[in-house]
Design a protein around this ligand. Structure first.
Ligand SMILES: *Cc1c(COP(=O)(O)O)cnc(C)c1O
Length: 409
């Protein structure tokens, strides 16, 4: 672990907040057109104020408790623990949060902030539709107008989530440009925000984008780690040895990890190796990417030799993203967190295994974290404690998994 050069009282490098421009080491920042700067400055100022305001924090806590169903349980997966040996494995049950995943934690924080800023309109972009559904849910709760930008290809592929968004009162705006998917929806959302910033807040769904989003989304998701820390101390009487979470753009993982960064706790982020790291069809930005600039920030990114952004692939739609948040990028370089990647097939097996073994159907995204345990846990010292973020539930993935199982049989 990187020691502090000055004295033991000096802050450790990962402990510090990003600087005023949002840099995590050489990552993060604000690589955006001049026209976006005033909106980002306004958002930064409003967030800094809200963060220090007890009334804002109380209101958010109440929503997280009564609306989202927090705190989520920390469940000891005894059947899995017994099979793998060596460790007590605990699952942080974000699948039990309202709308079925951790995304609601961030959305509730941001809609509350938008209301405080006097905004009346919420926009977001979505690929798989999960962030769109969470955003439409938050907007309905706050009585705000809501527009979700979504590529026409994704609208076709994710019909059920499009229906959910529309039922919640959101408008889903088809984006017919480029590859008609997430990247193009992001561009449409940014244009919308620049044009309508007076009444509109743009909710980014993970720890990416220009400052202050990576910091702000991390803070809102850190509720996962704060709860888990308290729960494991109560249950096991000590801190865990290892934390494990899947990494798409990185929000559920940083949410679990961040409150433990100063502790002697190992951490493992699990990316999607898709069809295999050698196939070129994967989403392993940290394991197989290089630093670059993408959607407003410097971060680890999948790119070809010319620096062109490379299409990502994963069986899990929520991991199918070519970049990863700037704070993870720094934590990787500091070797404070380890990162690995598991393939589609391993994740599918882990999906079925948890369902049969514990009676919990995990999201395919979360199944990547579970798959990583198979190799790691048997090699741990006896009586280790492992906490895994079960980022979401897998009902959304059933059709896809069943089709794959039929293919395989
Ligand atoms: C969106 C999503 C993810 C990936 O996003 P992160 O920002 O990396 O957490 C993981 N799991 C589930 C269930 C999701 O919906």
């Amino acid at each position: 672990m990187t020691g502090s050069p000055a004295s033991s009282a000096a802050p450790r490098p990962w402990q510090s907040q990003p600087d005023k421009e949002g840099h995590f080491g050489s990552f993060g920042g604000r690589y955006v057109p001049e026209t976006l700067m005033p909106a980002l400055a306004e958002l930064s100022a409003a967030y800094a104020e809200a963060k220090e305001d007890g009334r804002f924090q109380d209101e958010l806590s109440e929503l997280l408790r009564d609306f989202a169903g927090r705190e989520t349980p920390l469940y000891e997966a005894r059947n899995m623990s017994q099979r793998l040996g060596q460790a007590r494995i605990f699952l942080k049950r974000e699948d039990l949060a309202h709308t079925g995943a951790h995304k609601i934690n961030n959305v509730l924080g941001q809609v509350l902030l938008a209301k405080r800023m006097g905004k009346t309109r919420i926009i977001a972009e979505t690929g798989a539709g999960q962030h769109g559904v969470a955003t439409a849910t938050g907007a309905a709760l706050m009585g705000m107008q809501c527009l979700i930008h979504m590529g026409t290809l994704d609208i076709e592929r994710q019909a059920v989530n499009v229906e959910r968004m529309r039922m919640l009162g959101a408008e889903v705006a088809p984006v017919e440009a480029g590859s008609c998917s997430l990247k193009d929806a992001v561009n449409a959302a940014i244009r919308d925000w620049v044009t309508n910033v007076a009444d509109t807040h743009y909710i980014i769904g993970s720890v990416v984008g220009p400052h202050p989003y990576p910091m702000m989304v991390r803070d809102f998701q850190a509720v996962i780690g704060h709860e888990a820390r308290r729960q494991i101390l109560e249950r096991a009487g000590r801190l865990p040895d290892l934390l494990v979470a899947c990494v798409g753009a990185g929000s559920n993982a940083i949410g679990l990890f961040h409150p433990f960064l100063d502790d002697e706790v190992r951490m493992l982020g699990v990316e999607a190796a898709g069809h295999g790291l050698d196939s070129g069809e994967h989403s392993a930005s940290l394991v197989a990417g290089r630093p670059g600039v993408f959607q407003g920030a410097s971060l680890y990114l999948l790119q070809d030799v010319q620096g062109q952004v490379h299409e990502a692939h994963s069986v899990a739609a929520g991991l199918d993203y070519p970049g990863v948040g700037p704070e993870h990028s720094l934590l990787k370089d500091l070797e404070r967190v380890s990162y690995t990647a598991v393939e589609d097939g391993q994740a599918l097996k882990a999906f079925v295994r948890l369902t049969r073994e514990e009676g919990i159907i995990p999201a395919l995204e979360s199944a990547h974290a579970l798959a990583a345990l198979e190799d790691i846990v048997p090699g741990l010292p006896a009586d280790s404690i492992v906490v895994v973020c079960l980022s979401g539930r897998g009902d959304k993935d059933l059709a896809q998994v069943m089709a794959r199982m039929e293919d395989a049989s």
